[in-house]
Design a protein around this ligand. Structure first.
Ligand SMILES: [Zn+2]
Length: 294
């Protein structure tokens, strides 16, 4: 490991915040392309993407052959996982039906569609225009296209959810700061993201499957995300490492047909009902954190 301290990365140019988590300014090179904070251990990509670059990354291709090979075709797997998170949330906070929900990074609206009967109201925002159109047209959801940081929500929410989103953001600290402002006192912020402090992440090192800049820019651990949340007025009320269930179709796709959607074997098996079988894989390296605004 190279511990030479580089100059402040471009991500902090013009800002005096230092490490987004602790404000520290002493950094080291963790792996090629990744930096770590010497004070708190927070790990992040040595990159700063413009709004245009982010919008390009999360355009049509992102949800169709990019990180989510075919987000729409994965609908059942995703909905199953969202139902699990919803069940967890209702255990943590039995009063969901009295809360208004905002989802940041709502994509196609699968979670909002699952959650609409559990909450008083549901709304979402996403940077992907295609995905938001789907959420609005297919499910009639109150979803809007845009940058959350530029959004005036005009009211307070009881719950804000960010599923597998925070690692993609240029400035997760600003999102958490704004979420804190947009929540009522007692409001909940629910987040899932990879846990770089997990055993699997530590064993896999630079080969951990979650490490892929430029889509993943920030790599939290339970400790660093807790520090960031506390810094912005939250107390941590839940931390777990839930499994990620996928149906056999998407597992097969990942194993045999990645990048070859026209693969004859994949196409011939696409409608096989056994593909609907749900298999939970848990490497205990994805964390689910719920924080309450003080
Ligand atoms: Zn730090």
């Amino acid at each position: 490991m190279d511990h030479a301290a580089p100059a402040l990365p471009a991500a902090f140019e013009g800002a005096s915040v230092g490490c987004l988590v602790c404000g520290g300014s002493e950094l080291f090179t963790r792996w090629k392309g990744l930096l770590g904070c010497k004070t708190c251990g927070f790990v992040f990509a040595d990159l700063k993407l413009s709004g245009d670059e982010l919008a390009r990354i999360y355009g049509h291709d992102y949800f169709n052959g990019g990180e989510y090979f075919d987000y729409g075709a994965e609908e059942e797997s995703l909905r199953g996982n969202f139902r699990d998170r919803l069940r967890d949330l209702s255990r943590i906070s039995p009063d969901l039906s009295a809360r208004d929900l905002l989802e940041i990074g709502c994509a196609y609206g699968f979670f909002l569609d699952e959650a609409r009967h559990a909450f008083k109201s549901v709304a979402g925002i996403d940077i992907s225009k295609d995905a938001v159109r789907h959420a609005r047209e297919q499910f009639g959801l109150d979803a809007q296209h845009g940058d959350y940081l530029a959004l005036d929500v005009g009211r307070k929410f009881g719950t804000i959810a960010m599923w597998d989103t925070i690692e993609h953001l240029n400035r997760p600290d600003l999102f958490i700061e704004k979420a804190s402002a947009d929540l009522s006192p007692g409001g909940l912020l629910a987040v899932t993201t990879g846990d770089i402090g997990s055993l699997n992440a530590r064993l896999r090192g630079a080969k951990w499957r979650m490490i892929h800049p430029p889509t993943h820019l920030h790599y939290f651990s339970v400790d660093t995300i807790s520090r960031l949340l506390r810094r912005h007025g939250f107390e941590i009320v839940h931390v777990s490492h839930p499994g990620n269930a996928r149906n056999l179709r998407s597992i097969f796709y990942y194993l045999f047909a990645w990048g070859h959607k026209e693969s004859p074997i994949y196409k011939s098996l696409l409608h096989w009902r056994g593909f609907d079988l749900r298999i939970t894989v848990n490497l205990f390296d994805i964390m689910f954190v719920v924080a309450r605004r003080r």
